[in-house]
Design a protein around this ligand. Structure first.
Ligand SMILES: Cc1cc2nc3c(=O)[nH]c(=O)nc-3n(C[C@H](O)[C@H](O)[C@H](O)COP(=O)(O)OP(=O)(O)OC[C@H]3O[C@@H](n4cnc5c(N)ncnc54)[C@H](O)[C@@H]3O)c2cc1C
Length: 478
């Protein structure tokens, strides 16, 4: 959609000329995120106050102009891609930490605060904000809430939804509402704050969030175990969780992931079928020791060897380095192959971890693509990335078949399409199949919040069914 001079003038009057971007380079950059999709923004606005957000939405709602909220654009499923053009609302200038209340273990922040910046500010108070996505260096709190992000510590501390107490939201018509509370518990009544978590900018714009914090643990110990069989690693993960251990992190890497970090970063990880990294944390060292002993014994029972444990920060960083740098390493696994985020973050029941990992390999082989199995398996999340040549049309066809097969398997075992990277465009076809019983309700909720369908339209339940042909890809496909 093209903006008229009058549209631009009205928006300039709200945010000022310095906070509008509409040259082609900016529109192009704001047209994509970290997914495979691209589009072109019609204009970018950068509000600095809640009042400006309200005025923009009042105007857009009256003129029926789409508005796509955006944090850092690190979403991997096309959530912030403006497929109809419209106003991309960059919220990174609303980045004040408004209050830190250690006595209530909460803080209040604007949506554009970056996760790591918040944690740096919380550290002197002995507190931290737990969701910890791997993208915490860039991801904003608004983006994390809208996506219900989670990460390495979610196995113990939960996803973003477990750390959000309340929020202020600007609705499509410009009204400001207060949702949730400042308390840990709230009884019955529709939990509208919870509904906003994971709504991907389709129901309202979050302009302030009240977050529940946790005390920084005094002790942290990390362990790394090697397995000759991927199956044994998967079964160890299932038993650690079902056996009552309380890891603060439990991660898997398969051989493709190991090879990627070893060849590109010279990490020297053991060349085995799988490794798992496990961690316990807490205030009392004996309690942490006990958790680590239990997890080590379970791994040994499943034929693990070469187990290393450490409380030392330097050693811990070394033991975890391969996992931390994995995403970048996968992109350089083999000349000509790129790491694409397609079926990349499903979750399956714990008892299916081992089976899921080997299914991924089986499906990859059948479809002639490279796929890896790794991830935050302690919280049930299995990552995979399709490593392919994204310039080749036939590779997209193979990838599409592989993605469909992966999701068919995930649904057959009662798993879910996306554990953390969101639905947006890429995951929508599979997610709609998963949620077939509630699709009408999901559409009704969207309509109740946004009757004119201006907020991030054509995403999630309203997204096209075919991601390869219905949206533009970021790659020059031959
Ligand atoms: C290398 C890498 C690693 C990653 N690792 C993880 C991981 O471990 N765990 C994980 O969960 N994710 C991960 N992600 C995905 C992504 O970083 C997260 O989903 C993150 O929460 C997105 O934040 P953002 O600020 O970039 O949001 P964006 O990508 O800008 O937006 C995401 C969605 O939120 C909406 N939105 C943004 N701000 C607001 C607001 N104020 N109000 C309403 N809606 C809003 C947007 O419209 C969009 O739908 C990773 C991404 C990368 C590139």
């Amino acid at each position: 959609m093209t903006m008229t001079k009058d549209n631009i003038k009205q928006l300039q009057d709200i945010v000022g000329t310095d906070n509008i971007k509409n040259d082609i380079a900016d529109l192009y950059v704001y047209g994509s995120d970290s997914s495979v999709h691209k589009a072109l923004a019609s204009v970018v606005v950068r509000p600095t106050t809640t009042e400006q957000v309200q005025a923009i939405l009042r105007y857009a709602n009256a003129e029926l102009i789409p508005v796509i909220a955006r944090g850092s654009g690190s979403g991997m499923s096309g959530q912030a891609v403006p497929i109809d053009g419209g106003i991309v609302m960059d919220l990174k200038k609303m980045n004040r930490i408004l209050e830190i209340r250690p006595e209530d273990v909460l803080c209040k922040v604007e949506p554009g605060v970056v996760d790591d910046d918040l944690n740096r500010a919380l550290k002197p108070h002995g507190l931290f904000y737990p969701p910890a996505p791997a993208s915490s260096r860039v991801a904003t709190i608004g983006g994390e809430i809208a996506n219900n992000a989670s990460g390495i510590r979610s196995v113990k501390y939960g996803a973003t939804r477990d750390s959000v107490l309340g929020m202020k939201v600007v609705l499509a018509n410009g009204d400001l509402v207060n949702l949730g509370s400042n308390t840990r518990v709230e009884a019955s009544g529709y939990q509208l704050d919870r509904l906003m978590v994971g709504s991907e900018g389709t129901l309202g714009i979050i302009v302030e969030a009240t977050l529940l914090l946790k005390p920084i643990p005094k002790f942290r110990c990390i362990g790394r175990a090697s397995f000759n069989k991927l199956k044994d690693a998967g079964e160890s993960i299932s038993e650690i969780i079902a056996g009552g251990a309380q890891p603060s992190m439990l991660e898997l890497m398969d051989n493709i992931a190991i090879t990627a970090v070893n060849t590109t970063l010279k990490m020297g990880l053991p060349d085995v079928e799988a490794i798992i990294m496990f961690e316990a944390d807490g205030k009392v060292k004996e309690a942490v020791d006990a958790e680590m002993k239990l997890m080590k014994e379970i791994c040994e029972k499943h034929n693990a060897f070469g187990i290393e444990l450490s409380y030392d920060l330097k050693e811990r960083t070394k033991l975890f380095a391969g996992r931390k740098k994995l995403f970048a390493a996968l992109s350089r696994y083999k000349e000509g192959l790129s790491c694409t985020s397609l079926a990349d973050d499903m979750a399956v029941p714990y008892s299916k971890m081992a089976e899921c990992a080997s299914k991924i390999h089986e499906i990859a082989k059948r479809n002639n693509v490279v796929m890896t199995a790794y991830g935050h398996c302690g919280s049930g999340c299995m990552h995979t990335k399709i490593l392919m040549d994204p310039t080749k049309k036939e590779q997209w066809e193979s990838a599409k078949r592989a993605v469909e097969e992966v999701y068919e398997y995930v649904r057959s075992v009662g798993g879910t399409t996306s554990a953390e990277h969101g639905i947006g465009l890429s995951k929508a076809p599979a997610w709609k199949k998963e949620k077939v019983d509630s699709l009408a309700l999901l559409k009704a909720v969207k309509k109740a919040f946004d009757p004119n369908n201006i907020l991030n339209p054509h995403k999630m339940q309203d997204a096209p069914d075919d991601w390869v042909s219905a949206t533009e890809l970021r790659y020059p496909v031959e």
